[in-house]
Design a binder for this molecule. Structure first.
Ligand code: K7E
Ligand code: CUA
Length: 683
């Protein structure tokens, strides 16, 4: 019964929490302030001709806290941010790169969805190939629901080399190379139609971990839901990353078969727990939904049990089993069976309370922090205690034969934080920060053990800052690595309601920047609101900007971003030509300020055309575009880049192609004519 009241609470709380927050507004100190008058639009202050800081603040009605927040986040022209946040763009299918503390949007990285500015998916053979890599059989997938980005790590620290992101909607992973911030690979999980996009890397990025979610028969076959318990399964997939190649190696990757509980978020062990992986799950109830008058809606069906299971994976052991040939194959993909994993000590469960969501490992790897969507506590498990319980043996098993470590044997602490704890991040001072969805707040609390050398009470709530509204994830600077930085934390809120100018019923989400560098330990004010107008971001990571070593131009003229090597056939100055072999036409073109060579290309209707075009510039930012009307071709050619386009000239007419980047004073003159004659192609 209590369970149902809590459920009702959840159902009601989302709008209630939001409107409560709206009435209870907060100022930048993070403390609730008195309600604004009903119906009055919050004023940002008017334009003013005042010049002195005091006069401007007075004219714009800025409090001292507002001024402090402005000074902490303002970035003078020409100066750069200290951090870069890589944020999922949710069902926008891309990735956002955002400067911190300014919160300026630096780039939308084209990932799963075509993006015309970057010439991604508009004719360039390389980008079409990347996107096609994520197709599901003959189904062309051109969107995604990005959940978790994961920066590559070396010894548990971000190394600034690669970025991965998971697509919840289609069980896919994308690999981005941070030399040019371009997507190099998309892989589709061959045994799974959907996952949680829960990407996390192991401390040296040998494995990119994908947590599953809604159970299905592995491999995608049909089975009736009456056979859910027997035929449906979950998975945790371990993608082998080949750092030298910059690609996931499908042949060396494998999936771990797990029961049809809904696997959720995972985190890798680090330092003392290196070699282990922890994944949440929900639906140990094996709920199958409401069907007519039968069953219950999933929302209550999966919330009946007081405990679900954290999955504890001994990855070293699992890899041993895989390398020892103890796998089967489904759709040509290696699967380590549930039976084998359970019997051989590769998989354990630990009960975890009340609709668990986040599972986050502390910087030293000693503890795993789990939030429960319907809980009031963060539950902290000790890795050492987990090891001791495994060593002691005599564990009971679940219905699928997986050994269960008793809750109290693994528990280190439960910290009462507030309603709906989800995700946790860390700082450099032994504090943890947990998002509270139902409370719409960030909780700061103290870790215990070796983290507590300052005399503060361990495992205790320190303060909460209200956020607007319904925070999901949060990200602190390098806050999930072995050496978090502190300084900044971004609350990623699901609702924004009235925080911004109305732009219609679809409302941007709100990233709120919290300042962790306050003199008092119990202060962490919100210092910036940044609207996110592209899909719902889930997770984000914040990396020190000086770790990113992006190229200013491609290293050689004729460089192919897909192979990350010089294309020996890339056109260069002097090699431009149009070649014909029957109805096959090859165009070798160059682009340089402010002309294409050749400028006039005359072909016949029906010709099969291969166009290769190199931007021969080597000047930083001298990008040229290449757009052909009607033919749906649109490229971005960064300095040195070559691209290849293949198309059939099936429409006769005159098509002025042109450069879409305003590259020079005579950019308007940077065009050419594609003339397609309405005569039969030569045979
Ligand atoms: Cu949105 Cu990480 Cu997919 Cu929680 S998850 S909020
Ligand atoms: Cu090149 Cu405009």
């Amino acid at each position: 019964m209590k369970r149902h009241l809590i459920m009702l609470g959840l159902a009601l709380c989302l709008p209630v929490a939001a409107s409560a927050c709206r009435r209870g507004d907060v100022d930048t100190s993070g403390q609730p302030k008195t309600a604004p008058e009903e119906g009055a639009a919050p004023s940002g202050g008017e334009a003013t001709s005042a010049q002195s800081p005091e006069e401007i603040a007075a004219a714009r009605k800025l409090s001292p806290a507002d001024v402090a927040a402005a000074l902490k986040t303002y970035m003078p022209t020409g100066r750069h941010d200290e951090y870069v946040q890589f944020a999922s763009a949710g069902h926008g299918g891309q990735i956002l790169a955002i400067g911190i503390p300014s919160m300026r949007l630096l780039k939308v990285i084209a990932t799963f969805a075509p993006e015309p500015w970057q010439g991604y998916g508009y004719g360039a053979k390389s980008t079409e190939e990347t996107l096609d890599g994520g197709n599901a059989g003959d189904k062309e997938l051109r969107w995604a629901d990005d959940h978790h980005p994961a920066l590559s790590e070396t010894e548990g620290d971000y190394d600034g080399q690669f970025l991965f992101i998971g697509d919840k909607a289609n069980s896919r992973v994308a690999v981005i190379d941070l030399r040019d911030f371009e997507t190099k690979q998309i892989v589709k999980n061959p045994i799974s139609n959907i996952d949680h996009g829960g990407m996390f890397v192991t401390p040296d990025t040998e494995w990119v971990v994908e947590g599953g979610q809604y159970a299905t028969p592995l491999g995608g076959a049909y089975a009736p839901m009456e056979e859910y318990k027997e035929k449906y399964r979950g998975h945790i997939t371990f993608w082998k990353f080949d750092r030298a190649a910059g690609r996931i190696d499908m042949a060396k990757s494998f999936a771990l078969e797990v029961p049809p509980y809904w696997q959720d978020l995972c985190d890798s062990g680090k330092k003392v727990s290196n070699g282990w992986v922890f994944c949440n799950s929900i639906n140990t109830e094996l709920a199958t939904g409401k069907n007519g008058d039968e069953g219950a809606f999933f929302e209550s069906g999966v919330s009946q049990n007081d405990m679900d299971f954290m999955h504890v994976v001994n990855l070293k052991k699992a890899v041993e089993l895989v390398e020892g040939g103890r796998t089967t194959e489904i759709n040509g993909f290696k699967v380590l069976g549930l039976d084998t994993a359970a019997k051989e000590g590769a998989l354990y469960f630990i009960p975890e309370p009340k609709s668990p969501h986040g599972a986050d490992v502390t910087p030293g790897g000693e503890y795993v922090v789990v939030g429960g969507k319907l809980d009031q506590n963060a539950t902290v498990y000790s890795f050492q205690k987990i090891q001791d319980a495994i060593a002691a043996g005599g564990l009971e098993t679940d219905d699928y034969g997986v050994p269960i470590i008793p809750f109290d044997k693994a528990l280190e602490a439960q910290v009462q934080l507030g309603l709906g704890p989800l995700h946790t991040q860390f700082d450099d001072k032994g504090f943890a920060y947990t998002s509270l969805f139902l409370d719409s707040a960030v909780a700061k609390w103290s870790l215990g053990g070796d983290y507590r050398k300052d005399g503060l009470e361990p495992w205790a709530l320190i303060t909460k800052t209200p956020t607007q509204y319904n925070i999901g994830h949060l990200a602190s600077a390098e806050g999930d690595t072995v050496s978090p930085d502190g300084h900044y934390l971004v609350a990623m809120n699901k609702w924004a309601i009235d925080r911004f100018q109305n732009v219609g019923p679809l409302v941007p989400q709100n990233f709120q920047l919290l300042d962790l560098d306050q003199p008092q330990v119990d202060q962490m004010p919100v210092i910036y609101d940044a609207p996110i107008g592209i899909g719902e971001p889930h997770y984000a990571q914040i990396i020190k900007a000086d770790k990113l070593k992006g190229w200013e131009k491609y290293p050689e003229i004729g460089f192919d971003p897909h192979t990350m090597a010089k294309d020996p056939d890339a056109p260069v100055i002097g090699s431009e030509k149009v070649e014909r072999d029957g109805n096959k036409v090859t165009i070798h073109m160059t682009a340089v300020r402010s002309h294409f060579t050749p400028e006039r290309v005359e072909i016949n209707k029906g010709d099969e055309v291969t166009l290769k075009i190199t931007n021969v510039e080597q000047t930083y930012d001298a990008t040229h575009g290449f757009a052909v009307p009607v033919y749906n071709i649109n490229l971005s050619l960064e300095p040195g880049e070559v691209q290849t386009v293949e198309f059939t000239a099936d429409t006769a007419g005159v098509f002025p192609f042109y450069c879409t980047e305003f590259c020079s004073a005579l950019h308007l003159e940077m065009l050419g004519y594609l003339l397609v004659k309405d005569t039969p192609a030569a045979q």
